[in-house]
Design a protein around this ligand. Structure first.
Ligand code: CAA
Length: 488
């Protein structure tokens, strides 16, 4: 497992922490009972089967009325600082990736900076604090920018903070409803990182001007062409993977690196996908591993009959689908997927789609739930990032000392409050109430309204406490969001 390129400068992720709302919807409970008839499913069991097996989720995190992308980001930031045991004054830049921003102008990173200053009693004014937006890939571009700042030695402090934060929201009763979620992932970036060194000069990036998923200004829920979005994701990911393989082969040659082989499954040990829902990771693995194995069919003779069979299906797309369906049912693929992908999906099943943080949640999930955590050090991780609209970026990194650098915390938090965790199940009525959000003032957007009362009062966390309402000569704060630390 241990094959490292010999790169001159080591920059990457020093620590990672996750924060998700404590409220959640149990997708096999009251929600399924009511929705089965509303969605025209033949039975409650059929809907549960589709959501649990077909889509791959069982629970989805839902923010309370005092939570939004800014509070989730600040909470994840506090966690990563405390868990890494660093002095927060050593952070010199904060970059946030989000597609569910809280203000059309102000960067969430500036809000986070203020919350960190108040929480730790420090001054972070000498920091940059940009926000990156490109659907779910925004945080990957934030990471790239911050990592390159360190590679160029333009950083003024030892750490950069990159945060992926989002609240995924689709219309009630739409096929997207059971792929919602919310959460933030915060990562400290540094030289000589303790968690994961990122490989330079290997990233493969693809961007296409697409309409697969978007959220027009003024809308609180996403518009998505579900099946088409899956096709665009797969096409972009396959192209970006090809570029990644070409660039990493060149880099390996340039560095005289010791690599086992040029196939994707030889290049990387663990595959972390953007996972809007866990089955999507399976579709993506089938596409890119299918291509890797198919182009080396002499090494995978079991594929020959599958390919022959698929050829009978008609056009190229039907052939591809038939081939991937039979590959999914094959033992070699199932073993590959169970060992190299499944551990990264444990958290997504219980949290849902957190958009820009999804792939990084996959890294935390691998670190938290890998059956063999002690053997992760030295293994190479492939990152398969995607954002609708559409862009895919594939890159890689080597885990350094994950056992020392990562403190498992999320699975414990996802236990019920009554069992020592922090989770509280939402009734369907409360979930739908939160989903509708505050009522719009007459003729004004809902974002100018005060937040709804919380389902569970904020305690030991940052909270949106009020929305400004003044527009006088003395003071203007109409629609400005005020965040405070609420003690436990
Ligand atoms: N038991 C087991 N499996 C079942 C089942 C049952 N009772 N009923 C259905 N299924 C299976 C289906 O066979 C299907 O599996 P296969 O693909 O293997 O055939 C799977 O469940 C899904 O079924 P449908 O296609 O009927 O599901 P759907 O109509 O609910 O649509 C969806 C699924 C398109 C993902 C929809 O939830 C959606 O639009 N989600 C939001 C968009 C999205 O996430 N797109 C992903 C790419 S874009 C992206 O990645 C960016 C992002 O974050 C949004």
């Amino acid at each position: 497992m241990n094959r490292s390129f010999s790169y001159e400068q080591r920059v990457g992720i020093d620590a990672i922490a996750v924060h998700v709302p404590r409220l959640y919807v149990d997708l096999v409970g009251e929600w399924a009972t009511k929705r089965a008839a509303e969605l025209g499913e033949p039975s409650v069991e059929a809907l549960i089967g589709k959501v649990q097996k077909g889509v791959g989720v069982v629970e989805m995190a839902i923010p309370d009325a005092h939570e939004d992308s800014a509070t989730l980001a600040a909470m994840a930031a506090v966690k990563v600082v405390l868990q890494a045991g660093i002095d927060p004054r050593e952070i010199g830049t904060i970059a946030v990736g989000t597609e569910t921003t809280v203000d059309q102008s102000k960067s969430i990173a500036a809000y986070v900076l203020g919350m960190l200053e108040r929480r730790f009693g420090i001054d972070l004014r000498e920091s940059g604090a940009p926000q990156f937006q490109f659907a779910c890939i925004g945080a990957t571009y934030a990471l790239e920018s911050t990592v390159n700042m360190f590679r160029a030695r333009e950083n003024t402090k030892p750490y950069g903070l990159v945060i992926a934060t989002d609240v995924s929201r689709y219309p009630l009763l739409s096929p997207g409803e059971y792929t919602q979620g919310a959460g933030a992932v915060a990562m400290l970036i540094s030289e000589n990182p303790r968690l994961c060194t990122l490989d330079p000069r290997v990233a493969g990036t693809i961007t296409r001007d697409e309409r697969d998923f978007f959220r027009p200004n003024g809308m609180s829920t996403a518009v998505v062409d579900g099946k088409y979005s899956i096709d665009v994701y797969l096409d972009c990911m396959a192209e970006a993977t090809k570029l990644f393989l070409q660039r990493s082969a060149l880099e390996a040659k340039r560095n005289g690196a010791d690599v086992r082989g040029e196939r994707l499954d030889q290049r990387v040990d663990h595959l972390l996908f953007h996972a809007p829902f866990p089955r999507m990771a399976e579709y993506a693995a089938l596409r890119i591993i299918g291509e890797a194995w198919r182009s080396n069919v002499e090494q995978f003779p079991f594929l020959q009959p599958l390919l022959e069979q698929a050829k009978l299906s008609g056009d190229t797309q039907a052939m591809q689908r038939a081939f991937e369906k039979s590959l999914a049912a094959s033992k070699p693929f199932q073993e590959f997927f169970a060992a190299r992908v499944t551990p990264s999906l444990t958290l997504a099943k219980r949290i849902g789609n957190i958009y820009s943080g999804s792939m990084y949640l996959g890294l935390a999930s691998l670190l938290e739930s890998s059956p063999d955590r002690s053997r992760l050090a030295g293994s190479r991780v492939g990152f398969f990032s995607y954002g609708s609209g559409a862009s895919a970026r594939v890159f890689s990194g080597v885990l350094v000392a994950p056992e020392k650098a990562y403190k498992p915390h999320i699975l414990a938090e996802l236990c019920a409050e009554t069992a020592g965790g922090s989770r509280v199940a939402l009734s369907l009525a409360d979930y739908e109430h939160l989903h509708r959000g505050p009522l719009a003032l007459e003729g004004a957007p809902a974002s100018l309204s005060q937040p709804l009362p919380s389902i569970r009062a904020a305690a030991g966390e940052f909270a949106l406490t009020r929305v400004g309402a003044e527009s006088s000569r003395a003071r203007v704060d109409l629609g400005y969001r005020y965040y405070d630390w609420i003690p436990a």
